[in-house]
Design a binder for this molecule. Structure first.
Ligand SMILES: Cc1cc2nc3c(=O)[nH]c(=O)nc-3n(C[C@H](O)[C@H](O)[C@H](O)COP(=O)(O)OP(=O)(O)OC[C@H]3O[C@@H](n4cnc5c(N)ncnc54)[C@H](O)[C@@H]3O)c2cc1C
Length: 392
C-alpha cells in the first residue's frame, strides 16, 4: 500500500507543510490527507485587522481548495485523538484516518494561567470569530458611551497580539470618532517583553501617540465582570474597571494533544521535537506553535508565524523523505526580523538586509504589507496576495 501521510492543522505549519510536501513528492510515492478544523487557512498574524474592520475576512481567509493540489485529500474536522500504536487519527465526528507519518500543526490556544475569573470574562484572540466578537463588543459599547463617559477597553498582555490589538482599536476609535479609552496592561517591566529596548521604546512611542495608556510592572491577579485587579490579593490590589476585556497574555498547547503518546511539556502540552521535527515517536512530526523544536543550547524555536512558515518548508520535504526512506534534514530558525503594526503605522526591527535596526514610517508599513502579501501569494496565488496588500 502507498505510504499514508497525514497533516493536521491549516495554519502556517499545516498549509506550508502541505505545499512543500506536494512540491517534493513524486507521483505514486505517497498519499496525503490534510485534516483541519476549518476549510480555510487563516492568516492569523493579521487577524487583529478584523477587529477594526470585519470585512477584511475575505482577505485573510484562504479556502484550502486554493492551497492544496487535487491529489491531496482534505478532511474537515477537529482531531480529538491520535493512537500512536495503531497509527490512527480520529476526528470529532468519529472519522478515523490511518497514517504512516503524521505531522501535528495544530497551533496553540490561549493560556489563562489559572488567573481567577479571566477566562470567563475576557475575550481571547486566536481566530476570526474572536476578532469579530471583539469588534461587536467594542462597537456596541461605544454606541452607548459618551465623550464624558467613554468605553474602557482593557487589553492584558503586550506581546505581538496585544500591541497590535491596541493599535487596531485606536484606529477604529479615530475613524469613527468613538468615545473609547484604551489601556494595555503588561506584567513585565516593559511592553514586548524580552525584546530589544530600542524596539520596545519605538512601540511604546507609537502606542502613546495613538493615545493608548500603557501600564507595566504589575500582573493581573484576578478578574470579575467589571474589573481586573493588579498585584496582590483583591483587598490590596489595584482595581481597573473595564467595559471590554481582551486577554492576549500567553499561549499554551491544544488540549487534544494531552493524550497523544509523545513527549511534551507537561504544563503546556507543547510537543518536543528534534531539529528534523521528529518527536519521541519517529512516525509523528510536530512544528509551529504546537511544538517546542530543539535549536541547541537549551533553546527552542519561537511561537511565531515566521518560525512556523520557515519550518513548514523543510517539514514538507522531510515527510516526503520519510516516505521514501531517505535521511531527514535538520532545520534551524533564522530570525529575519519583526514588523509590528500599531493601526496604520508599523515598527520594524532587525529586518535582514536593512541598514537601520529599528524604523517606522512608510518603509515599515510597506514591509508589513509585503510580508502578508508574500505569504498569501506563496500558499495561494499572486492575485490573492496582491488583493490583500491594501488591508494589511
Ligand atoms: C493577533 C496575532 C498577531 C500575531 N502577529 C504575529 C506577527 O506579527 N508575526 C509573527 O511571526 N507571528 C505573529 N503571531 C503568531 C502567529 O500567528 C502564530 O505563531 C502562528 O499562527 C503559528 O502557526 P501554526 O500553524 O503553528 O498555528 P495556527 O496558525 O494557530 O494554526 C493552527 C491550525 O490548527 C487548527 N487546529 C487546532 N487544533 C486542531 C485540532 N485538534 N484538529 C484539527 N485542526 C486543529 C486550527 O484551526 C488552525 O487552522 C500573531 C498571532 C496573533 C494571534
Amino acid at each position: 500500500m502507498t505510504t499514508q501521510v497525514v497533516v493536521v492543522g491549516s495554519g502556517y505549519a499545516g498549509a506550508g507543510t502541505v505545499k512543500a510536501f506536494e512540491n517534493e513528492i513524486g507521483e505514486g510515492e505517497a498519499e496525503l490527507t490534510w485534516i483541519a478544523e476549518h476549510d480555510y487557512h487563516l492568516v492569523l498574524h493579521e487577524v487583529h485587522r478584523a477587529i477594526r474592520n470585519p470585512a477584511v475576512e475575505s482577505k485573510i481567509t484562504i479556502p484550502v481548495e486554493e492551497i492544496k493540489s487535487d491529489d491531496t485529500d482534505f478532511l474537515q474536522g477537529r482531531v480529538v485523538g491520535v493512537d500512536t500504536d495503531d497509527r490512527v487519527v480520529e476526528t470529532d465526528d468519529g472519522t478515523t484516518v490511518e497514517y504512516d507519518y503524521l505531522l501535528l500543526g495544530v497551533g496553540s490556544t490561549t493560556a489563562f494561567f489559572g488567573i481567577d475569573g479571566l477566562e470567563e470574562n475576557a475575550h481571547q484572540l486566536k481566530g476570526l470569530d474572536d476578532a469579530k466578537a471583539i469588534h461587536d463588543d467594542v462597537r456596541a459599547a461605544a454606541g452607548e458611551a459618551t465623550q464624558s463617559d467613554p468605553v474602557r477597553v482593557l487589553i492584558g498582555g503586550a506581546g505581538l497580539s496585544g500591541i497590535q490589538t491596541a493599535g487596531e482599536i485606536a484606529e477604529y476609535r479615530d475613524k469613527h470618532r468613538a468615545p473609547i479609552d484604551i489601556s494595555l496592561v503588561e506584567g513585565m517591566d516593559e511592553i514586548f517583553p524580552g525584546k530589544d529596548p530600542e524596539v520596545q521604546g519605538a512601540l511604546r512611542k507609537r502606542l502613546e501617540e495613538a493615545d493608548v495608556e500603557i501600564l507595566t510592572g504589575d500582573f493581573i491577579s484576578e478578574a470579575d465582570e467589571e474589573a481586573v485587579y493588579l498585584g496582590g490579593g483583591e483587598a490590596e490590589a489595584e482595581r481597573l474597571p473595564y467595559d471590554v476585556l481582551i486577554w492576549t497574555g500567553g499561549i499554551t498547547g491544544q488540549p487534544e494533544v494531552a493524550d497523544v503518546d509523545v513527549e511534551k511539556d507537561e504544563r503546556s502540552n507543547r510537543v518536543y521535537a528534534e531539529s528534523d521535527f521528529t518527536t519521541s515517536d519517529d512516525r509523528v512530526f510536530a512544528i509551529g506553535d504546537a511544538s517546542l523544536i530543539d535549536q541547541g543550547d537549551d533553546d527552542v524555536a519561537p511561537p511565531t508565524a515566521q518560525a512556523a512558515w520557515q519550518a513548514a518548508e523543510i517539514a514538507g520535504e522531510n515527510l516526503a523523505r520519510a516516505a521514501r526512506g531517505a535521511p531527514l534534514q535538520s532545520w534551524r530558525y533564522e530570525n529575519k526580523g519583526t514588523v509590528i503594526s500599531v493601526g496604520e503605522e508599523a515598527v520594524a526591527h532587525d529586518v535582514m538586509g536593512m541598514p537601520i535596526a529599528t524604523f517606522g514610517g512608510t518603509p515599515a508599513k510597506l514591509l508589513k504589507k509585503a510580508i502578508a502579501t508574500r505569504w498569501i501569494a506563496k500558499v495561494s496565488s499572486t492575485g490573492r496576495g496582491l488583493s490583500a496588500f491594501g488591508d494589511m
